[in-house]
Design a protein around this ligand. Sequence first.
Ligand code: PEP
Ligand code: MN
Length: 379
Amino acid sequence: MSTALPQDSALVLGTLRASINEIDQSILQLLARRGEVAREVGLAKRLSGLPLFDAKREHGHKDALVLQGKQLGLPGQAVRALYDVLARLGVAAQLPLSHEPSRPRLTPADSDEFRLARAEPGRPQTRVQVGEVEFGSGIFEVIAGPCAVESEAQIEAAADVCRAAGVRLMRGGCFKPRTSPHAFQGHGLAALDWLERAARRRGMAVVTEVLEPADAAPVAAKADMLQIGARNMQNAPLLRACARTGRPVLLKRGAGSSLRELLCAAEYLLAEGNSQVVLCERGIRTFETATRNTLDLSAVPSLRELTHLPVIVDPSHAAGRDEIVHALCRGAWGVGSDGVIVEMHPRREEALSDKRQALTPHQLAEITGDLQGQRVWQA
Ligand code: PEP
Ligand code: MN
């Protein structure tokens, strides 16, 4: 016996099925939209410290839907079952995604001090472009170069080493903030000319420290990124001057500064309208004498919770000696840093500053071979 329908009925059935399909597709779209909203609800709850599941609200809402369903002729049992599915999907959507900032440790009132720098629901992670490098893109970056630009020949040799190691952003101090006024202070703008030429010829961008507000503009004319050193983290006129150049800024944490103070310093830059800020943990002062400073690796995941700005680590100034720099670079990657900045000297025995912590060309190549271009690890 044939199961074929008469032609008219087949036509009608086809139309009806097409309508059902359309309705189902609309339901799927609504479910997807519901998931998006639930994700935002989850983020808002985490930021304000509320639990993901609010039993009172869920039950009240479910009862109201069952009642409404009845008015539309839908069986209560079916609405209940449907709601259970929706609730399950909703809770799953509220769980944090790995790239989202988690709940800040500071209360909203505290973080108001750095309201531009703080992580907030719906505020994307900042990406900072410097030459070919994009901090915050999820790629681990190794910045390298000598502590100080000592001569044209030294920086040319250093640039060769960096380029061969795959470095894309080169460092080198032209104005050196030294503990003693009798120590080498750097060759200033002349050194910047050498550094810029050496790096550009090899396709690398340049990051260098600015010590005085008056130097911000001339340095910004040649460098791709301005560094504000640990000693100057809270120097408001310098922060403002560097921000106003519009260049990306690398802001290092003071050796005696809290994360709150670091974020307030970053706020000075953001408040000038410069959003291109990368934070740098470089070790803090403790009772420990085995290292020059104590590398506070917990600063990295803590800053991830607190701010949308990229974070890198300087293991060289933290360690104060080359032997443990590679291990600390791995640690920086392991806690989710966007990269590291390390010091390398082509002939370290001749270094005029921070000789003890300078990597050899070979040590630098080992570090970049291990970590440059890796995916940033995210909790
Ligand atoms: C530097 O990077 O050259 C430097 C002086 O570092 P810090 O400001 O962290 O001491
Ligand atoms: Mn140094």
